[in-house]
Write a protein that binds this ligand. Structure first.
Ligand SMILES: *Cc1c(COP(=O)(O)O)cnc(C)c1O
Length: 486
């Protein structure tokens, strides 16, 4: 709803100016768990995970159907500049428009994202950002938003993150060189790909600190969780996170679903390679806002907790399998809580009961299989993933990365099962050159990208630390001390 609409309603309802002022700041955020409410956008941005353990959601979802006619002709940045401000009312609108266009100036494609047609299936390429994964679309904007909000408030933020690969480099690139932010990224020694390590550690900016931890990804995550659980330490050192539950990341991702849906000839079906459910949740919101979207297909690899949920209504933790699509090797999808909240008609009590049962027993049920008219899920195994990469390369001379290949297989299967034709868009989440081994295995050749080639031979900046929370905390304090003295 635009402000104009609001003023119109106010006038019609005869409300006085005081009421109008209250209405003026209409976009507020609250927690799915019901204990946090009435947050402005900037507070939601800095809070990340809600302080009651839930996830932040907007108090209302704007209906954009009246705008679609006009929005059809906009390019990506213009659409972002129309859509994103609907969820932000505490940043000056001219400044916000500037932040949005700056965020996407770092993309190599003229219109930020691109659509490729592969005989009935469109591929929505989201990997033209600086680190060649879709996470750049959100994290480039997140970096600019942080810089602006922290600058206005005269605050600092020290980001601590754990990565198994893609998130680390995209987060680093979003905030490198910023004077109000230091970023610390832990990764498991020897368990991220050499290219991913290069993408993180060759960044030379003083505010970037890569920690090569002598442990597993789980160890990195456990250290992070333990550090964040120490409220005193967290507050003293102004620690924050940039993980996929941050509302601003979801918000930025809505734009490309709107953009692609307005370029489809009929209501679109999106097929989304899914891990933490952040990306597909943005598609869900785009649908609820009124963009022409018919169906959402959640593609998973062997880590199929979501596919099982959509088939049975039971959300049950399984063992984590290592696959060719590591960014989707996740059993518990951290953004799924947002979807459940809407599934439960925004009833926080039911949601909390569900999450408590899940946390306590590793399994919870919504009672019956969910209605899959809008959203359904397909699990894709390694063999099918390799076959998709091979077939698409043979038929179309087009190279899929293994995550996108999971989506492509799910989309073909969906098309085969549909009686009538539909437009289906597979979301391409990474450039194939990021995963040369998997592509080589499927197609016999190794894909390259100039951005990655340019990193080879550069100096790596990293600090090796033992798998010990004390060592990580001490390192952080030392670095922050040095930054303050510099
Ligand atoms: C992060 C990531 C995903 C999973 O996205 P979610 O938002 O976590 O569902 C899929 N593919 C690639 C390449 C990624 O980096």
């Amino acid at each position: 709803m635009s402000c104009q609409n609001f003023y119109f309603n106010d006038a019609r309802d005869g409300l006085n100016w005081r009421t109008r002022l209250v209405f003026r700041s209409f976009m507020k955020y609250k927690s799915t768990r019901g204990q946090v409410a009435d947050l402005g956008f900037s507070d939601a941005l800095l809070m990340g995970l809600a302080s009651d353990g839930g996830l932040l959601v907007p108090e209302n979802i704007p209906d954009v159907r009246p705008e679609l006619e006009h929005w059809r002709d906009l390019n990506f940045v213009e659409l972002a500049q129309e859509l994103i401000p609907k969820f932000i009312d505490d940043i000056d609108s001219q400044i916000l428009r500037g932040l949005i266009s700056e965020s996407y100036a770092s993309f190599s494609h003229a219109d930020v994202v691109a659509l490729q047609d592969l005989d009935g299936i469109s591929v929505l390429e989201l990997f033209h950002g600086p680190t060649l994964a879709f996470k750049d679309v959100a994290l480039q904007l997140l970096g600019k938003l942080f810089e602006h909000v922290l600058g206005e408030r005269g605050q600092r933020l020290n980001i601590l993150g754990a990565t198994s690969g893609d998130t680390g480099s995209a987060a680093i690139d979003g905030v490198r060189g910023q004077k109000n932010i230091d970023i610390f990224i832990m990764y498991p020694k020897g368990r991220v790909s050499p290219l991913q390590e290069l993408q993180m550690t060759t960044v030379a900016d003083d505010n970037v600190h890569c920690i090569e931890l002598d442990g597993s990804f789980d160890d990195c995550q456990n250290i992070m969780k333990t550090v964040f659980a120490d409220a005193h330490y967290k507050a003293t050192h102004q620690l924050g996170a940039v993980n996929s539950v941050n509302w601003a990341r979801v918000l930025a991702q809505i734009v490309y679903y709107g953009y692609a849906s307005l370029r489809s000839s009929a209501d679109a079906t999106f097929c989304v390679p899914t891990g933490n459910f952040g990306n597909v949740f943005a598609a869900y919101l785009a649908q609820r806002m009124g963009f022409p979207i018919a169906h959402l297909l959640v593609a998973t690899n062997d880590n199929d907790i979501l596919a099982r949920f959509f088939a049975t209504g039971v959300y049950a933790r399984g063992e984590v399998h290592q696959t060719l699509s590591p960014a989707m090797d996740i059993q518990v999808a951290s953004n799924f809580e947002r979807f459940l909240y809407y599934h439960f008609d925004r009833d926080s009590d039911r949601l909390v009961a569900f999450m408590q049962e899940f946390t306590a027993t590793g399994s919870a049920s919504i009672g019956a299989p969910p209605n899959t008219q809008l959203m359904s899920s397909v699990a894709v195994n390694t063999e099918q993933t390799l076959a998709a990469m091979r077939d698409v390369n043979q038929q179309f001379q087009y190279v899929l990365d293994p995550h996108t290949a999971v989506g492509y297989h799910a989309a073909r299967k969906h098309l085969d099962e549909m009686s009538k034709g539909t437009d289906i868009v597979v979301v391409a989440t990474a450039h194939p050159a990021k995963f040369p081994d998997a592509v080589q295995e499927a197609t016999g050749f190794e894909p390259t990208h100039p951005t990655l080639e340019a990193l080879k031979g550069l100096d790596m900046h990293r600090t090796a630390l033992p798998c010990d929370i004390g060592a990580v905390k001490t390192y952080l304090v030392e670095k922050l001390q040095m930054a303050r003295e510099a």
